[in-house]
Design a protein around this ligand. Structure first.
Ligand code: PEP
Ligand code: MG
Length: 579
C-alpha cells in the first residue's frame, strides 16, 4: 500500500531505492510460548543468530580497517572489538539459552529478559567507563534481535552489495555513525529524529545525497527492502509508489541531475555580483578526505574545518603528530588557499568516547572552548599541531563558542604558550597566524567590540546563534519547526555583526547553514557579507545566485526587511528579493 511521510528535507535531490533499516532496532520484541518439542530448535535459532552477529562484526572490523586507514585507523575498529568481547561473554551468548529452556519462550524474549537484567546491574556500577559500556551491550543485543528477526547484516556488508540503490532508514544517527557511512555511496538517508542543523543533518549534506530528518514514524512504518522515493528538497518520502508516481519522480531526478551538470560550468568562474563586487565562497569540511569535494565545488578555500571529527569513533585522543598530518594534508591540498581550522568543538550532539573523555555535555554545558580551556594538555596538543601545519599553507585558527573577554584572553595566552614551546624546540610555524572567533552565542554578537579589538577575523556560526537566540535545541525534532533563520531577532544579530565588523575592517564570514541556503544569499549580501562558507555541495548553487544579483537592487530592499517585524510580511519580502 502506498503512503506518504513528511519530514524536514535537509539535503536536496531525489532518490529512488530500497530500504535498509539501520540496526538500532528497539528491543520491543514479541513474547510467545514455544511448545516443549520445539525448545531445542529455538535454542539453535538463538545460536545461529550469535554466529551471524559474530560474522557481521568480523566484516565490520575488516571494513573499518580497510576504508578508514589514515583517518581514525585501528582505533575505529576498537569499538567492534568491544562488541565482540560482549558477545563472547556467556551472560549474553549463553544465559538466554537457559532462559529459553526454563521459560519455554521465544529467543527474542529470552534475550530481552537477560538484557533487562544486565542493564539493571549497570545502574549500580560506580566506574564511569564501565557504566558507559551499557550502550555497547544494548547495541549488541539489538544486533542479535535483528539477526533473529531476519533484519541483520552489518550495514557496510549490505552496502557493499548494492549501495547506490540503498536508502538508510534509522530512528536516529549520531554524527559518528554518519562518518562511518561516508565511504559508501548510499542513495539517501532518512531518520525519525533530528533537526535541520543537527550535526547528523549537516553530515548528511556532506554526503551529497538526499536526506530527510524528523519523520517521526518512518522507522516503524517502512519495511526492509521496500521501494521508496525520497524527495530531499521537499522533505517527502513516498513508500511503495505506483508506476505513475515513479515515472514522475524519475523525470524530476533527471531534471535535478541536468541542473547539477549545468551548474558545473560555472565552477571556475569568479563569484561576482552583476555590479562586479567580489564574494568569497569557501567550503566547510569535517575530514581531510573531504578535500576532493572541495576541489569539485570550485570553493576558494576552507572556511571551516570542524576538527572534532578527527576525535570521533575512537576511544583515545589523536596525538599531536596525527593531528598535524591531517591539518598539513588539508593545508597542502589547498595549495595556498586559506584553511580555517576550528579548534575542538565537542559537546552537545558531538560526544567523545573513551574512559576519560567528555560524554554528551549539554548545549549549555562544558562544550567547545569551555572544554578546551578546562583541559589544557588536550588544547595545547591541538594548538601545537595546527601551528606546525601553518608552515605548509594559509592556515588560520578559529575558536568556537567564545562568550566572554576572559575566554578570549585565556585562549590567546594558550596560543602564545604553544608558540613559545615550538620556538624553544626550534620548530617552524607561521608566527603571524590569524586567530578568529566564532560568533555563535548571542552575548558575543551583542558585545561585539571586545571581539573586534582582540581577534583577526570573525565567523558567524548561525546554527548555534539561532539555537541560543531562540532557545531551540537544534537536535530536537519536537521543536525543529520553531528553528527560524528569518526570525527578526536573528536577522538583527547577524546584520549587526556584519555591519560592525565591516566598519572596523575586521574580516567577517558566515559559516553556519544560512551561508549555504540559496534563498538567503541575497539577504546576506545585502547585510554586507562578502565571505560565505558552506557545505561544498551548495557552493555552485550559491555562486549562480551571486552571479545573478545586483547589490544596487538588493540593498534598499534589505533595509526594509530589517525594519519589518511582522514575520509573514518579512518572509514575503525575502521571497520577493529572490524573485
Ligand atoms: C554553527 O554553529 O553555525 C557552526 C558553523 O558550527 P557547528 O554547526 O559545528 O556547531
Ligand atoms: Mg556552532
Amino acid at each position: 500500500m502506498s503512503f506518504t511521510l513528511h519530514g524536514l528535507g535537509v539535503s536536496g535531490g531525489i532518490a529512488i531505492g530500497h530500504v535498509h533499516l539501520v540496526t538500532s532496532a528497539s528491543l520491543e520484541v514479541d513474547h510467545y510460548q514455544i511448545p516443549d518439542e520445539f525448545v531445542a530448535k529455538e535454542v539453535k535459532r538463538f545460536d545461529k543468530a550469535v554466529k551471524q552477529v559474530l560474522a557481521e562484526l568480523d566484516a565490520l572490523e575488516h571494513e573499518v580497517k580497510t576504508t578508514h586507514r589514515g583517518e581514525a585507523s585501528g582505533e575505529m575498529a576498537a569499538f567492534v572489538t568491544v562488541h565482540r568481547m560482549i558477545l563472547d561473554d556467556p551472560s549474553l551468548s549463553d544465559t538466554p539459552r537457559d532462559i529459553i529452556r526454563r521459560e519455554s519462550c521465544n529467543a527474542e524474549w529470552a534475550l530481552k529478559l537477560q538484557l533487562d537484567e544486565l542493564l539493571a546491574q549497570f545502574a549500580d556500577v560506580q566506574d564511569e567507563y564501565l557504566r558507559e559500556r551499557k550502550t555497547d551491550v544494548r547495541q549488541v543485543a539489538e544486533r542479535l534481535v535483528a539477526a533473529l528477526t531476519g533484519q541483520g547484516g552489518a550495514v557496510p556488508e549490505k552496502l557493499r552489495e548494492r549501495a547506490e540503490d540503498t536508502i538508510l532508514v534509522a530512528r536516529d544517527l549520531s554524527p559518528a555513525d554518519v562518518i562511518l557511512f561516508k565511504d559508501h555511496q548510499v542513495a539517501a538517508f532518512i531518520t525519525d529524529l533530528g533537526g535541520s542543523t543537527s550535526h547528523t543533518a549537516i553530515l548528511s549534506r556532506s554526503l551529497g545525497i538526499p536526506a530527510i530528518v524528523a519523520l517521526h514514524t518512518a522507522r516503524d512504518l517502512v519495511r526492509e527492502d521496500e521501494l521508496i522515493v525520497v524527495d530531499g528538497t521537499q522533505g517527502v518520502v513516498i513508500v511503495d509508489p505506483d508506476e505513475t508516481v515513479l515515472a514522475e519522480y524519475r523525470l524530476k531526478q533527471n531534471q535535478w541531475k541536468l541542473e547539477r551538470q549545468k551548474l558545473s560550468r560555472i565552477k571556475t568562474a569568479a563569484a561576482e555580483t552583476l555590479d562586479s563586487v567580489h564574494v568569497e565562497l569557501h567550503a566547510n569540511i569535517e575530514l581531510p578526505s573531504d578535500l576532493d569535494a572541495v576541489k569539485q565545488s570550485g570553493a576558494t578555500g576552507v572556511g571551516l574545518f570542524r576538527s572534532e571529527f578527527l576525535f570521533m569513533n575512537r576511544k583515545d585522543l589523536p596525538s599531536e603528530d596525527e593531528q598535524f598530518e591531517a591539518y598539513r594534508a588539508v593545508a597542502e591540498g589547498l595549495k595556498g588557499k586559506p584553511v580555517v581550522i576550528r579548534t575542538l568543538d565537542i559537546g552537545a550532539d558531538k560526544a567523545l568516547e573513551g574512559p576519560d573523555q567528555v560524554s554528551a555535555h549539554s548545549a549549555l554545558g562544558l562544550r567547545a572552548i569551555r572544554y578546551c580551556l578546562a583541559e589544557p594538555p588536550l588544547f595545547n596538543t591541538q594548538l601545537r599541531a595546527i601551528l606546525r601545519a601553518s608552515k605548509y599553507g594559509d592556515v588560520r585558527i578559529l575558536i568556537p563558542m567564545l562568550a566572554s573577554a576572559n575566554e578570549i584572553k585565556q585562549t590567546l595566552a594558550a596560543i602564545a604558550r604553544a608558540k613559545e614551546q615550538l620556538k624553544d624546540e626550534g620548530r617552524k610555524f607561521n608566527d603571524q597566524i590569524q586567530v578568529g572567533g566564532m560568533i555563535e552565542i548571542p552575548a558575543a554578537a551583542i558585545a561585539l567590540p571586545m571581539f573586534l579589538r582582540q581577534l583577526d577575523f570573525l565567523s558567524i556560526g548561525t546554527n548555534d546563534l539561532i539555537q541560543y537566540t531562540l532557545a531551540i535545541d537544534r537536535t530536537d525534532d519536537n521543536v525543529a519547526h520553531l528553528y527560524d533563520p528569518l526570525h527578526p531577532a536573528v536577522l538583527h544579530l547577524v546584520s549587526s555583526v556584519i555591519r560592525q565588523a565591516n566598519a572596523a575592517k575586521v574580516p567577517v564570514a558566515v559559516c553556519g547553514e544560512m551561508a549555504g541556503d540559496v534563498n538567503l544569499t541575497r539577504l546576506l549580501l545585502g547585510f554586507g557579507l562578502r565571505d560565505f562558507s558552506m557545505h561544498p555541495a551548495n557552493v555552485l548553487t550559491v555562486k549562480q545566485r551571486v552571479l545573478m544579483s545586483s547589490l544596487a537592487d538588493i540593498e534598499p530592499a534589505v533595509i526594509k526587511i530589517l525594519k519589518a517585524d511582522d514575520p509573514d510580511k518579512l518572509r514575503t519580502m525575502v521571497e520577493k528579493l529572490n524573485a
